[in-house]
Design a protein around this ligand. Structure first.
Ligand code: SAM
Length: 299
């Protein structure tokens, strides 16, 4: 397969997610992370109906154009809210013909390629935008605010906990002793490169620091903790909750909940170990190389 080099998002586990659900004609599904609409598109094209969430207004606006006929036909509803409000939003939609229980819920955690590629949104170390990193512009705190306000010790802890950064202390100290405030992605990337004495190779030296800040800005792990139990409660008996993760923190939460739920008799895990992308998928979509997929079948 050809390697994909476009700036468009390529959905991970596209076939797996949709065939595992599986899609039953005219049944309702929740796509908790709409993004560029790849998974939603596939469910719709197999005859399913979708309630799709994204807290990024750019994703919602793209989908309004992309799926205008499905929106008009009421086969798709878009919800511009964090997925931690899953139940509340579904309840709100009930007077529009949406059921209270669904035939499947999917999560594809993290950021989309469009978010990463947008220099001004500040997610990527390859640009020179403001260190923003908010997926939802209604959030109050940007990455540059965290860097300015959090003391060196806690900043280092954040880089360790959310990024697994081994040189967290030295990076945090360098940030705090910088003569100029660190407010752009380029300033931060250059600072990390100078602290680590490493050039940008296949894994950029600032990858872990950027990941840690993004997780903190968007309270990503708290969002997942709040959303997964709600997702389970919105499933019809026998239907599945599927989670695609990109980093350890996300996968650990899915693993934890699925294991506890199984012990509590709420259903069964699809498998004990996560599923990994195929070699073909990794070649065609290198971003998928760290992806893991876990599933849970509700009793
Ligand atoms: C990896 S992308 C999803 C890609 C999508 N599955 C596709 O096929 O195009 C993740 C999306 O989830 C959204 N997202 C992340 N955390 C969220 C949250 N807590 N609430 C709502 N949306 C969230 C992001 O804004 C992003 O658009």
């Amino acid at each position: 397969m050809m390697q994909n080099k476009t700036k468009e998002h390529v959905s991970v586990f596209l076939n797996e997610l949709v065939s595992l659900l599986p899609v039953i004609k005219d049944s309702w599904y929740i796509d908790a992370t709409l993004g560029s609409g790849g998974h939603t598109q596939e469910i719709l094209s197999q005859g399913g109906k979708v309630v799709a969430f994204d807290w990024d207004d750019a994703a919602i606006n793209r989908a309004k154009t992309q799926f205008s006929s499905e929106l008009n036909g009421k086969r798709l509803f878009l919800v511009h809210e964090p997925f931690s409000k899953l139940k509340e939003a579904v309840k709100f939609l009930q007077n529009q013909g949406i059921p209270s229980l669904f035939s499947g819920v999917i999560f594809d955690f993290g950021t989309s390629t469009e978010q990463l590629m947008s220099e001004e949104r500040g997610f990527s170390f390859r640009g020179s935008g403001v260190l923003d990193m908010r997926m939802d512009v209604r959030l109050a705190v940007m990455a540059k605010d965290i860097i300015a306000a959090v003391p060196a010790k806690q900043l280092a802890q954040l880089f360790r906990d959310f990024g697994g950064e081994l040189e967290a202390d030295r990076i945090a100290k360098a940030i705090k002793s910088s003569p100029e405030p660190i407010e752009t992605t380029k300033q931060l990337a250059d600072l990390v490169i100078s602290v680590k004495h490493k050039k940008a190779g296949s894994l950029h030296p600032a990858t872990k620091v950027f990941q840690a800040l993004r997780i903190a800005v968007n309270s990503e792990l708290t969002e997942i903790q709040l959303a997964l139990p709600q997702a389970l409660s919105l499933l019809l008996p026998g239907s599945k909750l599927l989670c695609a993760s990109f980093h350890e923190g996300e996968d650990r939460l899915a693993k934890h909940y699925f294991q506890i739920w199984e012990e509590q008799g709420k259903g069964t895990r699809l498998s004990k170990k996560p599923m990994m992308p195929s070699d073909d998928e990794i070649i065609s979509n290198p971003r998928s190389r760290s992806a893991k997929l876990r599933g849970f079948i509700k009793k």
